[in-house]
Design a protein around this ligand. Sequence first.
Ligand code: PLP
Length: 457
Amino acid sequence: MRTIIEPFRVKVVEPIRLTSPEEREAALVEAGYNLFKLHSRDVIIDLLTDSGTSAMSAEQWAAIMRGDESYAGSPSFDRFEESVRDIFGFKHIIPTHQGRAAERILFSTLCHKGHVVPNNTHFDTTRANLEYVGAEAVDIPCAEGHVLAEHHPFKGNMDLEALEALIVRHGAGRIPLVMITITNNSGGGQPVSMANVRAVKAICAKHDIPLYIDACRFAENAWFIRAREPGYSDRSVKSIAQELFALADGCTMSAKKDGLANIGGFLCTNDDVLARQEKDLLILTEGFPTYGGLAGRDLDAIAVGLQEALHEDYLAYRAASTAYLGDHISKAGVPIVQPPGGHAIYVDAATMLPHIPRLEYPAQALSVELYREAGIRTVEIGSVMFARHDPITGAELPAPNELVRLAIPRRAYSQSHIDYVIEAMLEVFERRESIRGFRIVEQAPFLRHFSARFEHC
Ligand SMILES: *Cc1c(COP(=O)(O)O)cnc(C)c1O
């Protein structure tokens, strides 16, 4: 059979409330045209994020019931540790309540003012946590990653020459670690090749700099390596993930992504001294090192979820369903970041809506239009989120790209839900010339995208 089906059937349902166009218009006005401010009950298909929105399996719910809530020495931690060690292989495994808590603990221990940390592309919490401790976060994606419409199997790769140059320029002493994000979320959910990670590791080893992996979508990345990188087609996805992590000295992880859990994360390292310091800090803010801010049942759900995320029928469905959305809208002319990534489709709103000036926020306009058309919530990744200000004049400078991200929650929506999204996108595409931009009428001094209010131009 060539048809790829959802490799699960439904056991519990969560009703979706269907809304009328009038209700949606009223909800938009009340939210000041900011989709973060909508009530989720007013959303029909929620593609805001793939983080923490996975449907858990029957085995994960069973694991939740097995969760042991003892303060110390819980068997839930043992099962969690065993599952993480099986895949990730690191010596020390420290649970945290989310990925960003792992980042904060790692960077507070290892980084300080004057340090520089390169990454293929820093996720926003990674960048913010580095800047908080006074370090500089530098993005060095490969050249192919910059061209949205260009196909390349591993657009998430790091630019190796830029890494060498950066180390020479600053000196290895100022670079406490190199990070590589798999898949490259901010860079369009694009995968990183094994060859690239191996080459990054070789450069790090030459300069005696530890390599850490931001591992949130490790299973999707391993799947793409098997599908696209020569020499890996016969390998199990798990063995590919193990090979990847064997190249690194540690990792940070959000279990809300490829942990298939609704909360959780962890920090791993092979460094005994560092692990000691990290656990001391963990006790201060997250909790004892065998629970790290999580309930025992969360640890059990993650232990199962990490293994399920590597099931090959699940990953085949996951990649096929994301590509299904991307291929259908792009065939009809909607410009997207190519090729489709693992967890999301990114629509290039600047190309789709050339009549809207960048500072009238074309990606915001498109995301509002998808909600207006069909109650679909997406997220703007453009100038509302990432505009900078001219240091001299204070004038707002647009972000390099105007993207709308359609993130696909894991195991949550069926193909007919995605067909509905495709239809809505094509309807909006048909009437794209009549779509108007926005001006901001109220905004916070930072992270304005969460709370800004807008008016149509
Ligand atoms: C989500 C994410 C994080 C942060 O994880 P949280 O659990 O949201 O704190 C870090 N890096 C990447 C690449 C992510 O996608």
